[in-house]
Structures are given as structure tokens and as C-alpha cells.
Ligand binder design. Sequence first.
Ligand code: ATP
Ligand code: MN
Length: 464
Amino acid sequence: MPDKLTVAQARDADAIGREVLLQGWVRTRRDSKAGFSFLEINDGSCFGTIQVVADAELTNYESEIKKLSAGCSVSIEGLVKESPGKGQATEVQATKVTVHGTADVETYPLQKKRHSFEFLRTIAHLRPRTNTFGAIARVRNCVCNSIHQFFQEDGFLYVHTPVITASDCEGAGEMFQVTTLDLNNPPRKGSGVDFEVDFFDRPAYLTVSGQLEAEIFACGLGKAYTFGPTFRAENSNTARHLAEFWMIEPEMAFCDLAGNMDLAEQLLKRISRDVLDKCREDMEFFKERIDKTAIATLQAIIDCDFIRLPYTEAVEILKSSGEKFEFPVEWGHDLQSEHERYLTEKHFDSPVILYDYPSTIKPFYMRVNDDGKTVRAMDVLVPKVGEIIGGSQREERLDVLEDRMRQQDLNPEDYWWYLDLRRYGSVPHSGFGLGLERVVQFITGMANIRDVIPFPRTPGSAEF
Ligand code: ATP
Ligand code: MN
């Protein structure tokens, strides 16, 4: 019996001399005048394909092999040999080719020509078979693995926070409502809908962040992190926003803003190192075809010290930059993507951690500074993508936190459990949220965030 190998294993010179079984999809077929055919097979185990030589003596050569085309699925049995060709160590001399599924050349959407990413989004069920999306899937997988390893090695607990919630953590009102009420005929109370008879006896939503619940675990068990889906009904249609994305949220007790920045920087360095180590071939492809600076950008993350800069100083830099921005820069306003990119790409040419933002533009839970005007917020900005991480030291003082809630028109009673963390054994603590898709976008250089998640959810789009 032949050994079942992946294409990645069969491409390795160590496999030479072995009788193997390979299973995958045909990328191309070329027929030689000398009476045999070359098949390029990919199975997703790596970026590259393996060349299979199929002789005319094979029983199904004329009936099946000579009809193989892109997308057909096959099992190949044969002998791994040293390849005389350039750019590959091995090839497989087939002794048996079994065709499982054909793919009609006339109708199979993935032809050899280059397709636009917009078109590929319309065939999200087939795009994993392309070079680009195979590479993205492997990089994304590597990033997730790297993140879990980083936290596990550092003693963080992986906690699962709820997807359905009754609190709006960001206070931004960009939430999807979850209800079992009949929308055609909802029960009424006064002038509005009676949510007291809804499934949860109150309005409920899909979560925009697991932070508040992660804080519960940190304030009792030390260090925790979440890694889960997050939902935001932002109707913004940008190249950096999804309605459903994955967020990583570490939370640490006895940790201030400086410690929080250290963790964020270490995490991004670790991810970069792991991707360069484990996805070299995929990264070479991104460098070649998507973004010339892809590998240099990762190396720079590993090598440099991130700039740390107060928001107020960033505003001064932007104001005196002489740059023509679409949106004006004003202390007290959120920075726009163009401002963030100016700082990371032009002014510093480095990742930048901005901190101490005006309290008026940040959520209630961020710790108020002694100046009374700013809070211990931090955003990590990187070239091309802009904000990749948002975080803060949390307000641990009960009275200050309650004041901040009232200022933002939140009712402290609704957050009684969150306030209890400050009532009983309160500790300084900090954490942040890292958007998985923004990281993958940053690493691969892909221009649109819709192309780094398997099945993007955006306004007007939830196919597949
Ligand atoms: P932005 O200003 O870019 O909208 P934000 O300030 O709303 O980001 P946070 O609430 O701090 O972001 O969320 C933490 C992280 O989650 C962000 O730094 C980003 O990486 C990611 N993120 C936020 N919103 C989205 C989204 N709609 N799609 C994908 N990732 C997102
Ligand atoms: Mn946002």
C-alpha cells in the first residue's frame, strides 16, 4: 500500500523513492507530444503544486486523464522521483490516476486567467481553491495558532464570553438586535414594543466586545483572554470594517497602561515572527503579487520599538505637518484613517501607540487621568491598515466610574455586576481588543478586509 502524503510532504526531497498516494485538485494539465501528460496538483497543504507525470500506458489515459482540467479532483498513486525540472525538488510518476469529480471547462468559474478579488467574492465557495485565498487561509490559521500559543505560554486563561448580550459595551449603538418577537406584529406597551415579553425579557443584542465579561475573569483569576466573533452594525462600507469579525481581547489584573502597551507590542511581534517562520512560501507570494513590502513590513515589526506618543502630541504633529487632510485635525476629535496613516507611514515610518485620548471620545470604562480631560486609552496604529488594536487601563474607582456612566447617559444600575468588581476587591487592570482580520490584512497586504475572512458579512451582503 502506498503512503498517503500531502503535496507539501511529497514536494520535499526526503520523499524521493517512496510509493505514495496524493489527493487533491488539478490546477493544470499539459500534454507532451511524446505521449504523456503533466498534471499540476494542489491539495491546500502548501502554496505550491506537485507535478505528476501520467503516461499513455495508464488504462484510463485516453478516456479520463486527457480530459482532466482545472478543478477536477483526483487520487494519484505513484513513485516520488527527483525532478529534472527547475524550481521543484520532486515529481510523481503516476501508476494509477483515479478521477473523482470532473469540472466542465465551459462552466467552471475558475479559469487560468487572473480574476479580480471583487469577482472572487461572488464565488466565495470556490475562492479557497485559488492561490491567493489558499495563502490567506494558511496565514490566518497560523496567526490564530500563534495568538493562542502566545497567551497560553504566558499563563492567560482562555474564556468564552457570550455572543448574546444585553449591554452595549462601546456605547456606540452599532448593535444587531436579537429577538424572537414577531416583527410583523410585535406586542406593544405604550408607544413602543414590549420587550418584557421577548425571549430574554429585555432587549438583547449580538455582542460588540467581550471585554466587560473578560474583566470579570481577570478580576478574580488574574489574566484572561477571549477570542471570538464580534458584531457591529456599522453601515460604513469601508475596506477595514466588517459587520462580523473576530476579536482577541486580553485582560490583565494588576496591570497599568504601560504594561498593556508592552503586551500589545509583544503579541504583534510574536505573530509576525511565527508567520515569517511558518508561512514563508505564502509570504513570498504576497510580496510578489500583492504588496512588495509584505516581508519587510513584518521584519520591521519584529525589529523596531513601537513609538509611544500622547494623543495631544499627535494632534500637534498633524496640525503642523503641512499636509492637506480631507478631515481637519482638532483636539477632542477622533483621528481619521488618513491621520493615522500619516503618522505611521510618513512621519514615523513605524508602528505608533497613541495614548491618553480626550475622555469625550472614549467609552466610560477607561481610566480618567489626573488632568480630568484625558483617559488612559491606547490605540496601536500600523502602516497601511491604521488602527489594529484599541485598549485602555480600566477605571477601577467606583465613584469615578459611576460619574462617567452618567455623563454618557448610561444607567449605573444596568451595570450593577460590572460595578461590583469595583465595589469588592477592585484592582488596577488593563486590556485591549485586537481585530483578527485587521492583522491578516496587515500581514498579507490585502487591500480589502472582505478578502481576509472566509465569508464576509457587510451591509447588503450575507451570501454563503
Ligand atoms: P475603528 O475606529 O477602526 O472603527 P474601533 O475604535 O471601533 O475601530 P475598537 O472598538 O477599539 O475599534 O475595537 C478593537 C479592534 O477591533 C480595532 O482596533 C480593530 O482592529 C477591530 N475592529 C473594530 N471594528 C471592526 C470592524 N467593523 N471590522 C473589523 N475589525 C474591527
Ligand atoms: Mn469603529
